[in-house]
Ligand binder design. Structure first.
Ligand SMILES: Nc1ncnc2c1ncn2[C@@H]1O[C@H](COP(=O)(O)OP(=O)(O)O)[C@@H](O)[C@H]1O
Ligand SMILES: [Mg+2]
Length: 511
């Protein structure tokens, strides 16, 4: 021997396996084999495949070092004759144990938290069973499993919300009959929204909104809005948009009255025109005062000013985003595909444009869906905070009943909930949603908000802060929450991974 490896005394076998216990004489006699005591499996070596190879220390590994989960379970007798005579029992006797020790091996079987209806979400971490849920399917079940088809998905940046939303709220439900999806795509990924690739793979082109006027337009007073939600709905929308445009200043009673009057006048006087009314057409009517009412000089002046104040707010919006809100709704805005994507990723992050597009889009949808019943439509608001954290929340809340009857399932995706005041209509919308997916939260106060709002178990707040990407706390109806892992197929990973898109973009840039 040339090497001088340190060798533990007693374990060095000089190139030989540790001697196996000798088999008793009756081991080879057919009838008597039955009485043989169980033998320990062959020992294996720690280093090297071949114990005779130079350098192999030949340290024997005991059988207990084999991890228990790699064992195949009880080895049964293979002899059919013995089995037929009632000797069909495990070949190896189990380890002797006390009842106390065995208790841990006989814990109650953990049931699957969901049934098999809807779409596959992933696996439950506790029972390792499949989690299957689709909010509209659960809502339409008889008896209803949830009282609202709305969904809340939240978690910090990079926690896996969008990947989850793309697969579980868009791609998978679209395989179901009469399901479609509408997405407000907020996140910019190399010059367009993050759903652009997915939308094209589904055979459609995203509807791109661009402040420079080269993209899609939305008309604040699109005829579908009045047809869908009536004058009241149209009023709500104008008030919400005026509020967004005026830095969250709510309309006063006077302003509401002046807006209603302006709308009525406009619809009356323009009913014979063939062209669709636009926001610009409404402007001159805002600030007009009813002639037939007994108003004092002061009141007339106040009414006039109230109308003007709404007008100035809207005019500001029109001037800044003429290319987005001025004129009729683009002809391309329709639901002709299973997936409709409103790409708002190029609109500025702050300011009124994004919440206004979302608010008009929401109202437009109600009108559009009235024409085509029998569908289930998942409407996804990425950065849904714009919709339920601000002035538009009242719209969503007021339209809850109508949107349910039209088969809409609103999906609000956001980072955290602490921005939504407890006494706001947005908080009511959040509480009303019966399906919640909570991804990682970074701040204790955000985790606590989630725990309190959705009535999670007290220690879930801590769990929320330690979740890995793709893991979330899932809660539906009044059932207890489950810790689940979202599982994607290879194809879904390719389509949903934002990192891979970025990596591909970088590679392309280098070429
Ligand atoms: N189910 C999952 N399993 C493993 N990794 C995931 C999973 N979902 C997302 N990720 C990883 O997390 C990254 C960020 O996901 P994304 O959905 O964009 O997060 P968010 O929208 O919350 O910012 C993905 O690109 C992917 O690498
Ligand atoms: Mg995202």
């Amino acid at each position: 021997m040339t090497h001088t490896d340190p060798v533990t005394p007693g374990t060095h076998t000089h190139g030989k396996r540790a001697a196996a216990p000798k088999a008793p004489w009756y081991a080879s006699v057919p009838g008597l084999r039955l009485f043989m005591t169980p033998m320990a499996p062959d020992t294996t070596l720690l280093t090297g495949e071949d114990d005779t190879a130079p350098g192999a220390t030949g340290v024997a590994r005991r059988a207990v070092d084999v991890p228990p989960f790699s064992r195949p379970g009880s080895v049964l007798r293979s002899s059919t004759g013995a089995a037929a005579r009632g000797w069909y029992a495990p070949k190896l006797a189990g380890a002797p144990t006390t009842t106390r020790q065995a208790e841990i091996l006989n814990t109650g079987i953990i049931g699957a938290p969901t049934g098999i209806e809807g779409v596959v979400n992933g696996t439950d971490n506790l029972s390792s069973t499949m989690i299957s849920h689709d909010a509209p399917t659960a809502y339409n079940a008889t008896p209803r499993k949830v009282t609202s088809p709305n969904v809340i998905i939240f978690g910090t940046v990079g926690s896996g919300k969008s990947s989850f939303t793309k697969t579980v709220m868009v791609m998978r439900p679209l395989l179901l009959r009469n399901h479609r999806a509408v997405v407000f795509d907020k996140k910019d990924e190399g010059g367009e929204g993050e759903y652009a690739r997915l939308t094209r793979r589904m055979g459609a082109e995203p509807l791109r909104f661009d402040p420079d006027g080269s993209g899609t337009r939305f008309n604040l007073i699109d005829p579908l809005i009045v047809r869908g939600t009536g004058l009241q709905g149209q009023m709500l929308l104008i008030n919400a948009v005026a509020r967004i445009a005026r830095d969250d200043t709510a309309a006063t009673e006077w302003e509401e009255k002046a807006t209603r009057y302006a709308l009525q006048q406009m619809f009356e006087q323009r009913q014979d025109t063939t062209r669709v009314s636009t926001t610009t057409d409404l402007m001159p009517y805002l600030g007009t005062v009813p002639l037939d009412q007994e108003l004092s000089e002061g009141a007339r002046e106040r009414f006039h000013q109230a109308g003007l104040s709404i007008r100035f707010g809207l005019e500001n919006l029109l001037e800044t985003y003429a290319g987005v809100f001025d004129g009729e709704t683009s002809k391309s805005v329709d639901l002709s595909h299973k997936l409709t994507t409103f790409d708002i990723s190029q609109l500025p992050d702050s300011g009124p444009a994004i919440p206004t597009v979302m608010a008009i889009g929401n109202m437009w949808l109600m009108g559009r869906l009235r024409e085509e019943r029998g569908y289930i439509t998942n409407v996804i608001y990425e950065e849904g905070w714009h919709m339920i954290g601000g002035p538009s929340a009242q719209l969503v809340k007021s339209n809850q009943k109508l949107s349910r009857s039209l088969g809409i399932s609103n999906v609000f995706v956001m980072h955290k909930g602490t921005d939504i005041p407890m006494d706001s209509p947005g908080y009511a919308v959040v509480q009303e949603a019966q399906t919640v997916y909570a991804f990682r939260q970074d701040r204790p106060e955000d985790a606590r908000w989630a725990q309190e709002t959705f009535n999670f178990a007290p220690d879930t707040a801590q769990t929320l802060m330690g979740l890995n990407p793709g893991n979330c706390i899932f809660k539906t109806g009044s059932k207890p929450e489950a810790h689940i892992h979202h599982v994607r197929s290879d194809w879904e990973i390719e389509v949903t991974n934002t990192d891979s898109a970025m990596a591909a973009g970088e590679a392309a840039a280098k070429d």
